[in-house]
Design a protein around this ligand. Sequence first.
Ligand SMILES: [Zn+2]
Length: 232
Amino acid sequence: MANAARGDCHRRTRRLKGLYTKMIYIDFHTHQVPVSQDVVAVVAGRDTWGVHPWDSLPQPLQGRGERLSFPSEKDLVEGGFLAIGECGLDALRGPSLERQEEVFVQHIALSEKTGKPLIIHCVKALDRLLRLRKALRPSMPWMLHGFRGKPQQLRSLLDAGLFVSFGHSHNAESIRLCPAERLMLETDDQTEHTIAEIYNNVAEKRGLDVAALCKVMAENYRAFFQKVPLLA
Ligand SMILES: [Zn+2]
């Protein structure tokens, strides 16, 4: 499994090298393994490791023997994972936010210890997320996936230094306003719209051609996953 994951990593790197000559669509967060050769995808569970906030078991369940099991740092490093996540906070689903925060903080610690960036799911808990970030001052980059918020919320994420990933459903003004160097695109768990469709749609809204958008995404991929310092 570890070797297979490493193999995937090498294949991904080889294909990324072709980014400036061929149009490759990077899907920064998805739950499906892509079928198209034109897509490089960060697949949850294959390329990233995390416990979704919906699955952060409440304490009483843990008392009955169901425990969240975290892999060792060694397994995470050797497993070829690109990032920790998706993890985070969801005020509308899952156990109490207090319990979710406990599990999320464990992920933040793993991200810092293994030197891997964090992919975050956050629904109606932005203040709590930003409070945590301020208190813990992580050194690894964070990305909030599936962002649908308004420009005001976008601003608070950008001010805190996060990357922001948008899917098919997004606020049109936010997607125009997001600085190129913090923007990411994803399909997540929907299968109705391909990543190429999302790129086309976003390129049009930002007044860019798709090839230019692909180039921006390739730079952001390197910045996020390979620890190049933030541009902004
Ligand atoms: Zn997801």
